[in-house]
Design a protein around this ligand. Sequence first.
Ligand code: AHG
Ligand code: MN
Ligand code: MN
Length: 282
Amino acid sequence: MNKDIQLIINTIKICSIKIKHIIEKGDTTKSDSQNSTGDTQLKLDIQSDIVIQNELSKLKCVRSIVSEEQDEIININQNATYNIAYDPLDGSSLVDVNLSVGSIYGIYQYSYSGKNIVGAVYVVFGPRVEMVVAIDKQVKLYRLLDHSFEYIQDIHLQTKGNILAPGSTQAMWYPHHKQMIDDFFTDGYRLRYSGGMVPDLHQILLKGGGLFSYPATKDLTKGKLRQLFEVFPFALVFKFAGGDAIDGEHKLLDINTTHIHDTTACFFGSLQEIKKVYEVWS
Ligand code: AHG
Ligand code: MN
Ligand code: MN
């Protein structure tokens, strides 16, 4: 790993310890503002965003940053290499019921697009704080022990798993999607869906495989999850872990981004499950 990426990861560790304190002690109520996607921001979203913006802005190797909670790209150093897109607190509406949440970071070279993502990091804030780093074709798990993140293990998916995380509003599913999900359950898959994509995907990665879906639906024809902040980072994690990630027809990392807040349908899983998704959706 090059030293600039190492520095970015070390900075993410610093942010994560600060965000852990914000989650533990912060006010879980709504703010008066909305983000670009139209979600009402929680005070926790805004506070976490400020922490990350302040810390990443100090780095000479960062060209620009863009957050799910900001309308525009923030330029940092014109001659630097790395652009970082992040979701400071994914699943923030779950903090008041004390379910797990996460932060997601995508590290992009040249420009913000799936083709240019070179690294991804996510942090799970659950009973434990864990960080997963996908870089150089490897996926590594670290855990916060006392005050530092310690290496735990590499993450590899099996070719087939047995858990299913089917997102979105079921009343809006297309019939072929409903049939596909029913077929997985008939085949013995078990439901594991918390409503936070970070812990839901983390579970699939650590339990060997399965399928997370957030499809195109009758009301949201481009899904809900955001390409730069949520989808591409996890697509890279699943690719490097030996799984795959598609929008139904195309590899997620091949799709075009026309606007920083673009969303897409997405499926992340081990190879056999993704093959079935492709057969049903393409
Ligand atoms: P965010 O809190 O950043 O807006 O995103 C939450 C996301 C994701 O974590 C989760 O998988 C999805 O929203 C849940 O959506 P549904 O309730 O529609 O399934
Ligand atoms: Mn999110
Ligand atoms: Mn968020």
